[in-house]
Design a protein around this ligand. Sequence first.
Ligand code: APR
Length: 231
Amino acid sequence: MEKIVILTGAGISAESGLGTFRDEGGLWSQHRIEDVATPEGFARNPGLVQGFYNARRAQAAQVQPNAAHRALAALQRDWPGDVVIVTQNVDGLHEAGGARDVLHMHGTLAGALCASCGHRWAAPDDMKVGEPCTDCGAPSGRPDVVWFGETPYFMDQIYDHLAKADIFAAIGTSGQVYPAAAFVHEAIAAGALTVELNLAPSAVVSNFDETRFGPASETVPAWVDALLGKR
Ligand code: APR
């Protein structure tokens, strides 16, 4: 049965109330990436960075999954083949919407990481400067989020899934950040049908066989219905 690989970005969580990064008024118009999303920024001002992620963690805890998250969970449940969700998002809305085995390539707000020993644990609501590692005790706790210049997680698994994809869909991502923006090329090399679901054309829209424009809460359920109805 056909294998479906899905890449999601901030746009799938926009209608749940979480800001995107590069839309009008987005997170990167409020904060400088180099200050809050790089290891250098964390070293320079850990309080600013912990505060930035504490605020995002608090906001993510207050919002609900939307129809797009729920539709992808339904696809995982009802599609007879493999459905793999790879997300750039650090919120937990895919899981809250019923999805499973989601590959968070940029980490998660819910996770804490020790910069000294590599231990991971469930992040407290608020992480402080010098947050003690729950294993080695070093004051090295940081958000388990992949910053610019760091290596995204699960890349070997992701490329393996892409090499076997029959359908690849990119949902709510601007296609401006690599390596995620190049996943469509891996899918094309695998002979997959490629679909972009977005509010507006992404930077890599020309690589896609099909496009479905509109808010994810409308386009994703319609796409899933078409797939399941087609079956
Ligand atoms: N429905 C569907 N798409 C939407 C919606 C919506 N309601 N609202 C916005 N979008 C689309 C925008 O058109 C845009 O293409 O979501 C995309 C958001 O793009 P970005 O803000 O760049 O977010 P993303 O692509 O996820 O960023 C990738 O960049 O800063 C890093 O680590 C961060 O994971 C993030 C990565």
